[in-house]
Design a protein around this ligand. Structure first.
Ligand code: GDP
Length: 418
């Protein structure tokens, strides 16, 4: 394994952070390739329970170098807070770098995100992520490396800020002052400049030397800007393709793509979710699975495993294997259901329909007997209850990709490796 991408095969929150933490002990680099502090990876290890928003989940290993790639967006205030939190828990952040090309999330991005989201059904996290990627693609963004060039930064902000203040006025928000933002940028520069790097020579050398690199995605296929449930999507691409562009690794060097999927399904925010449960089973999944967002604390919508979605993720990412997480959450169920396809009137759909249609379909469900015994202490495939094995084999068969890891608890050691 030289370069491995770990991506979300559902709606996000699949447990990617936990999988990266498990794999990170054997790698040299962990690179986050897209997104910002809008998602949360919860990692439980010997040092405690950590909610990471922006910092790669490899941070707990002192020898692993962690990078935020060019495709990420960085809210410096939130980044510095996360660094301080880790350091106060005894986690070193000496090996943590930012690619100079990553865009800066400014206070106006956060304010505009909150104002735009109010009363809308999109359900963004209000961390400024949509607005900052919007500015990036309309050439109004500023990058983290621009902090090192105060004159350039002033010139750019002078151009951009009046437009932002104009938009803020539309939402009834007071204007921000150029000098205040520049003073803030100056403080960020003092604290961040030592971490700002050009990741190209670093990762090129690493690949050429055969170093092991993990590319860590945020969110999942159904929130992808192009392939997800637009407009209920994120503003970047959490796929293996996004990993190449966001981390700056040529596609031919990605040897493995691991898709992470829960043994059931959850979704936070708006948009269609065909297997969503509104009954006792949904409540049980939420309760046992502790399905509340790591960033926003919002209760997650819960439903059965949707094989059509994970199969879609398998193709679009070129998944080599899947890591199924949270199998233990299903331990007490009498019957477990599994969605194989969608029904629209008398039509059976096996390919992903458009967002509007996906909101109208009914899931075609299979029933599988539950195993009704605890799995959280199981460490090898053969010791799993036979009903759990049968369920997982059916998942594998429907998705068309082998299962390589099964996670049966949040702790590092609660992993079955096939
Ligand atoms: P990510 O953003 O994809 O990393 O996922 P999150 O961290 O938002 O959500 C996954 C949650 O499930 C976290 O709270 C993890 O600690 C927890 N978790 C991960 N794997 C397992 C598992 O196998 N069993 C249980 N019970 N919890 C898990």
């Amino acid at each position: 394994m030289t370069v491995t991408a770990v991506v979300g095969a559902q709606w996000g929150d699949e447990g990617k952070g936990r999988v990266v933490d498990y794999l990170a002990s054997k790698v040299d680099f962990v690179v986050r390739f897209q997104g910002g502090n809008n998602a949360g990876h919860t990692v439980v290890n010997d040092l405690g329970t950590f909610k990471l928003h922006l910092i790669p989940s490899g941070i707990f290993f002192p020898n692993v170098r962690c990078l935020l790639g060019a495709g990420t967006v960085i809210d410096p205030a939130s980044f510095l807070e996360e660094v301080a939190g880790l350091e106060s828990a005894g986690v070193s952040t000496d090996n943590l770098w930012l690619d100079r090309r990553a865009h800066i999330v400014w206070p106006y991005h956060r304010l505009l995100d909150g104002a735009r989201d109010k009363g809308s059904k999109l359900g963004t996290t209000r961390r400024g992520i949509g607005p900052v990627y919007g500015d990036k693609s309309s050439y109004r963004g500023l990058r983290i490396g621009d902090l090192l060039h105060p004159d350039f930064l002033r010139e750019r902000l002078q151009d951009v800020l009046p437009l932002k203040n104009y938009e803020m006025a539309y939402y009834g928000l007071p204007p921000l002052k150029l000098e205040d933002l520049l003073a803030q940028a100056n403080q960020w520069n003092q604290k961040l400049s030592k971490r700002i790097v050009d990741s190209v020579p670093l990762l090129r050398q690493a690949v050429q030397d055969g170093k092991r690199i993990l590319l860590e995605g945020q969110l999942g296929i159904m929130r992808d800007l192009d392939w997800g449930i637009y407009p209920y999507s994120t503003a970047s691409s959490p796929t293996a393709g996004g990993a190449c562009s966001g981390a700056g690794i040529p596609p031919q060097y990605i040897e493995q793509v691991i898709g992470v999927a829960k043994a059931y399904a959850t979704s936070v925010g708006g948009g269609p979710f065909p297997t969503e449960l509104f009954d006792k089973d949904g409540e049980t999944l939420r309760k046992i699975g502790d399905e509340y967002g790591a960033t926003t604390k919002r209760p997650r919508r819960c439903g059965w495993f949707d094989a059509l979605t994970v199969r879609y993720a398998a193709w679009l990412n070129g998944l080599s294997s899947i890591a199924v997480t949270k199998l233990d959450v299903l331990d007490s169920f009498e019957t477990i259901r599994l969605c194989t396809s969608y029904r629209l009137g008398d039509q059976v759909l096996t390919d992903m329909p458009d967002t509007v249609t996906q909101g109208q379909v009914k899931p075609v469900l299979e029933s599988w007997p539950g195993w009704k015994s605890p799995t959280s202490d199981v460490r090898d495939w053969d010791s799993l209850p036979s009903a759990a094995q049968a369920y997982l084999r059916r998942v594998e068969n429907l998705v068309g990709v082998p299962i390589r890891y099964v996670s049966v608890g949040p702790k590092r050691e609660q992993m079955i490796c096939l």
